[in-house]
Ligand binder design. Structure first.
Ligand code: PMP
Ligand code: GLN
Length: 394
């Protein structure tokens, strides 16, 4: 029970009352405590490119970024982000006024919600939600309105989206490729979403941290490239996933000047700035040749296939993802229904940690029996984890 103050008021304010420890922290702690293989929290077990690590060391040694870097990020990184948007998507952003470096995508999401929302505003977002969305919307005093993605395809129902738009809707919060389902929005879907945003005068915030992880025929297309969208869209990404440096927490937002100015205002009072030397290194990473990005995607697609074959062989129902580094499964074939209970027991039962998707849904039924596994791990780790799950199979 929470300790009460003399006024009998809980320490945690009402806006955050429904939020406890994040499921990622809970499940990674369980992995550490039990020694289980951690296919839960999405972080690679191999660090990113050596030359990028060396660039960070060089910056540290040369005294670049050891003192507060400029608030919006170092000019070299802002220029590299701007070039990246041009190179991959033909989008043009002024590095001085339309690019903001943040402490991971997490801070970009928080600053964007705190900057753009008034209490009472509604935000439509796909559920299952990436967990920080709900908390950031709540911290801004706004209300989340879920658009449920349903198995097996997890495609958004655009009629349902239209029906959820009200006069209080302020923004659409998109995530493609989508964590945890691996759904990648098509050009047609994005075009229809863009048309709705324009028709209703909505802002769009798009979380594209898995932008370089769209597999097979799926292609990542930023919604900012659609007509009428550049001036109403905040695009968010991060170096964590693309370069396998999740611990560096270098993220960014790109948008039209007035939107970035708003987000920057909030960001100033969250972290003011984030770690300097890593910014120099990521500026170099963003300029790596196409071969880096192609090989990275091909390697992760191969790992996806390796893990999905193993999970299928274990008897789980596998929803093949088109992107990200996660696979969503259904545990019903195991005779189980409650993903959270299953994930809490899994380390003891077979030495594997996974994430229950159920915690990312408001709808208590939609994701009840869904469990997410990550494949951003070494091949032998994936083999061993699936062998363990296969021994558990009914
Ligand atoms: N959005 C999504 C969809 C994510 O999966 C993650 C985790 N990488 C983040 C945001 C947070 O990214 P970062 O670690 O750069 O803060
Ligand atoms: N994005 C990672 C995931 O979905 C986790 C990041 C975090 O721990 N907040 O697994």
């Amino acid at each position: 029970m929470a300790v009460m103050t003399s006024s009998a008021r809980p320490h945690l304010n009402r806006r955050l009352a429904e939020f406890g420890t994040t499921v990622f922290a809970e499940m990674s702690a369980l992995a550490a405590a039990t020694g289980a293989i951690n296919l839960g929290q999405g972080f690679p077990d191999t660090d990113g490119p050596e030359e990028v690590r060396e660039a960070a060391v060089r910056a540290l040694r040369d005294g670049r970024g050891n003192q507060y870097p400029p608030g919006p990020g170092i000019p070299e990184l802002r220029a590299a982000i701007s070039e990246h948007q041009q190179r991959f998507y033909g989008l043009s952003f002024d590095p001085d006024t339309e690019v903001l470096v943040t402490a991971g995508a997490t801070e970009a999401i928080a600053a964007t919600m705190l900057a753009l929302l008034e209490p009472g505003d509604e935000v439509i977002a796909f559920e299952p939600f990436y967990d920080s969305y709900a908390a950031c919307i709540a911290m801004a005093g706004a209300k989340r309105v879920p658009l449920t993605l349903r198995a097996p395809s997890f495609r958004p129902d655009l009629d349902e989206l239209r029906a959820k738009i009200t006069p209080r809707t302020r923004l659409l919060l998109l995530n493609t490729p989508h964590n945890p389902t691996g759904m990648v929005l098509t050009a047609e879907e994005q075009s229809a979403i863009a048309a709705l945003a324009v028709e209703h005068g909505l802002l769009v915030v798009t979380d594209e941290v898995y932008e370089h992880l769209a597999f097979d025929d799926a292609a990542h297309i930023p919604i900012a490239t659609f007509p009428g969208m550049r001036e109403r869209t905040v695009s968010i990404s991060s170096a964590g996933k693309t370069f396998s440096f999740t611990g560096w927490k270098v993220g960014w937002a790109t948008a039209d000047g007035p939107l970035i100015a708003a987000v920057r205002t909030a960001k100033q009072y969250l972290t003011y700035v984030n770690a300097g030397p890593f910014q120099y290194a990521i500026a170099e990473a963003l300029r790596l040749p196409d071969a880096y990005f192609d090989d990275f995607r091909a390697d992760l697609q191969r790992k996806r296939d390796l893990l999905s074959d193993g999970l299928r062989a274990a008897g789980l129902e596998v929803y093949q993802p088109q992107g990200t580094y996660f696979i969503t499964t259904d545990i019903t074939p195991f005779g189980e229904k409650d993903a959270y209970a299953f994930c809490r027991a899994l380390p003891e039962r077979c030495g594997v940690v996974a994430i229950p998707n159920s915690v990312f849904y408001d709808d208590p039924d939609a994701g009840r029996s869904q469990v997410r596994f990550t494949f951003c791990k070494k091949d032998d780790v994936l083999h061993e984890a699936t062998a363990r799950l296969q021994r558990l199979a009914p």
